[in-house]
Design a binder for this molecule. Structure first.
Ligand SMILES: [Zn+2]
Length: 85
């Protein structure tokens, strides 16, 4: 894993983290989608989350099983830590 995550990427990861806490609104989903169109790193992260938790499909993350949500939150936070150096 490289440490050169861009500031935009950190913002996207924070939005994903907010989603997992059940706090993400539709506008931020749009931001995530836009960023992933130009950033393959985040696109890969989001693609993985989408298949496991249905990221930004309109379903609240709060309805996910706790262990699934916690695992996703853990991986996003680990990425955020590397993003913030
Ligand atoms: Zn990115």
């Amino acid at each position: 894993m490289t440490a050169d995550v861009r500031p935009d990427c950190a913002a996207v990861l924070r939005s994903i983290s907010a989603y997992l806490d059940g706090e993400l609104d539709a506008a931020r989903c749009d931001d995530i989608e836009r960023h992933c169109a130009v950033c393959t790193d985040c696109a890969a992260v989001v693609a993985g989350l989408r298949s496991t938790i249905g990221l930004c499909r309109g379903a609240a993350a709060a309805s996910l099983p706790d262990d699934v949500r916690r695992k996703a939150q853990d991986s996003v936070r680990a990425l955020l830590r590397s993003a913030q150096g």
